[in-house]
Design a protein around this ligand. Sequence first.
Ligand code: HPA
Length: 236
Amino acid sequence: MATPHIGAAAGDFADIVLMPGDPLRARLIAETHLQDAVQVTSVRNVFGYTGSYRGKRLSVMAHGMGIPSASIYATELIKDYGVGTLIRIGSCGSVDASRLGLRDIVIAMGACTDSKVNRLRLLDHDFAAIADFEVLRTAVEVAARLGKPVRVGNVFSTDLFYGVQPQLLAALKGMNVNAVEMEVAGIYGVAAQYGARALAMLTVSDVIPTGEAMDAEARQNSFHDMMEIALETALQ
Ligand code: HPA
């Protein structure tokens, strides 16, 4: 039953899939956090694994970079493999250092975008790309229980990694949009279209106005906090 982009068999994925952008991060998560993880797909080296976390069956699969790539994997996981919940775990750039600094975690309640994908879905009207409320609430409760501060709010999913314009940064800051990344609005649109639940949590890897960026070690440690929140959220 392989799809064009996923080579797994029916039933190979758990009901919940954690989704980093990077296939090697998916592998690392499977190796370090899942018990008895089995690789279920490697088409285009976009790896997916299924194992268990504290006795609960759980999958992790990369979604690549950008809305088109993430949308393809999200769609096939939901529509063809029956996955019910996607949790993106990624990085983002803060648009305002005073609100969101390096290593901070933002949970995307909603996602604005410069992509047209959701307008394609909604007769060219604006679609409010939002997280699933239950998964969002669980994640916020889990973060509080673990004593890990998170910001909950809007993010902006851009098609341009390079060349975000200063006027856009100012506008985002002015509209209380916290961070820029490249996939959430697409994943939330796919989840709405195919009837699944989706949530994204993001660690700030760089602060766009100041040019600050995390070094490799900081990246690793801060992602660990987000991973804990994501894994415990998946358990609920
Ligand atoms: N822009 C887009 N995506 C990102 C960024 C950014 O600055 N940082 C991490 N992901």
